[in-house]
Design a protein around this ligand. Structure first.
Ligand code: ATP
Ligand code: MN
Length: 462
């Protein structure tokens, strides 16, 4: 008999039919006459209850059906008398694929802390919480492709190994095949990277943007969606050393178009999750964050505030609020500042624009005031910065002048400058940290809990 996924037992009209299910046991309880097993197969947060009549099954055999074991059951799907479930399976065949020693299997009872579950990240997908988070994560990834593909954007694969060290987005992980114990040296006694795999120093990418601009100035509109690496030693609940980033880049878009794209994009993803992951979001709303659904719906309803950095700083200065980090014009805003604007002052998402050029990247378009650049950060409740982007400086001379001012090593960047030498156009783009979106949609509070296997300083287990 063909296996039915548990999610389909609840949706399809299968009552009164013989079904076959396979999955992992969550709990078993009962008495000498009847045993109840809650089975989950990952297809939904909901378990199917399986009823074993001990007239038909051996009590000893059922003992092996312990929490965490994998089983195959066939039986009749019937309406359930018990509360909390609509249907159950009256078992008539049991096959045990693999037991799970109750003395050793770590996920015995509900209510483990998220911290403990991080230590067993290899097993935590089997919990309700991580099942829900990972299904939502998968749905969001699909929504992202759907959003861009429906709008004629091309999915561009930018390299993960890069030789440009001037992206300026964060510290990089070096990639080398040299023998670190005994590297080749040049005449000056320095490590001779001409003998390295690529003949020069290389590192894992911190952003696909620069290559993304090459794509956009040929295909018109592209997006990237891939792993990104930052060797920043920031142990915060919002930073990972390996995270996934989505970076759309669009020729002929100015900063206003860019803001509209960002707002439409985030709203599309959130509403996709609400429409397609209702059970999982309701579970997280119930268990972790009673305001989750209300917050998601409120973001969908609200127009994002658009505000200049200068006005934002004024609001912060005049707020009279004591911040841990001081605010003044020219300061890089901290999460506490961003969240004050969003959560307390405006009570909706804010797009902050036109930042001082000193705190933003060299490629951002310079404003006529000579002080600010056409940057935009999208700030979200609970998260702070969820998107960072800008209109790009398309003028070759202005870009070069900035590169010289900042003393950026451009010897490996001739290809990037060619976008400004040949058929340059206004263009804009942004980067969305995928895990920050997943954080927002799931209501989780630590970024380590929205990626299956987090990489953070000192941690690359699993
Ligand atoms: P932050 O100020 O929060 O460190 P950033 O300004 O360095 O972020 P950008 O270079 O603008 O980040 O990257 C674009 C987006 O990527 C950010 O808006 C954020 O959503 C995400 N992001 C950046 N760094 C990380 C990280 N270490 N872990 C997870 N997501 C990140
Ligand atoms: Mn940023």
């Amino acid at each position: 008999m063909k296996r039915t996924k548990i999610v389909d037992l609840f949706s399809a009209d299968m009552l009164g039919k013989e079904v076959s299910v396979k999955g992992w046991v969550r709990t078993r309880r009962g008495n000498k006459h009847v045993q109840f097993v809650a089975l989950n197969d990952g297809s939904t947060i909901r378990n199917i209850q399986i009823v074993f009549d001990l007239a038909k099954f051996d009590e000893e055999q059922l003992k092996a059906v312990s929490t965490g074991s994998a089983i195959h059951v066939t039986g009749m799907l019937v309406e359930s008398m018990g509360k909390g479930q609509t249907c159950e399976i009256q078992a008539d065949m049991l096959e045990i694929y693999g037991g799970a020693d109750p003395e050793k299997y770590p996920l015995q009872k509900k209510g483990h802390t998220l911290e403990f579950l991080r230590e067993i990240a290899h097993l935590r997908p089997r919990t309700n919480t991580f099942g829900a988070v990972l299904r939502i994560r998968s749905a969001l990834a699909f929504a992202i492709h759907k959003f861009f593909q429906e709008r004629g954007f091309y999915y561009l694969h930018t390299p993960l190994i890069t030789a440009s060290d001037c992206e300026g987005a964060g510290a990089m992980f070096q990639v080398t095949t040299l023998d670190l114990e005994n590297p080749p040296r040049n005449e000056e006694g320095k490590v001779d990277y001409t003998q390295d795999f690529f003949g020069k120093t290389t590192a894992l990418t911190v952003s696909g943007q620069l290559e993304g601009e090459l794509g956009a100035t040929a295909l018109g509109a592209i997006y990237t969606f891939g792993p990104t690496f930052r060797a920043e030693n920031s142990n915060t609940p919002r930073h990972l050393a390996e995270f996934w980033m989505i970076e759309p880049e669009v020729a002929f878009n100015d900063i206003t178009d860019n803001m509209e794209l960002a707002e439409d994009f985030i709203k599309y993803c959130i509403s996709y999750a609400l429409d397609n992951c209702r059970d999982d979001i309701e579970f997280l709303n119930e268990m972790y964050d009673k305001e989750l659904i209300a917050r998601l719906e409120s973001v969908l309803k609200s127009d994002f505030v658009r505000l200049s950095y200068t006005d934002g700083v004024k609001i912060l200065e005049e707020s009279g609020k004591k911040f841990e980090f001081p605010v003044y014009w020219g300061a890089d805003l901290q999460s506490e500042h961003e969240r004050f604007l969003v959560e307390e002052h405006f009570k909706r998402p804010v797009i902050l624009t036109d930042y001082p050029k000193e705190i933003k990247a060299f490629y951002m378009k310079q404003n006529a005031d000579g002080k600010t650049v056409r940057a935009m950060d999208v700030l979200f409740p609970k998260i702070g910065e969820i998107i960072g982007g800008s209109e790009r400086e398309e003028n070759y001379d202005k870009l070069m002048q900035r590169i010289e001012e900042l003393d950026i090593p451009m010897k490996d960047m001739w290809w990037y400058l060619d976008t400004r030498r040949f058929g340059t156009v206004p263009h804009s783009g942004f980067g969305l940290g995928f895990e920050r979106l997943v954080l927002f949609v799931t209501g989780m509070t630590n970024i380590r809990d929205v990626i299956p296997f987090p990489r953070t300083p000192g941690n690359a287990e699993f």
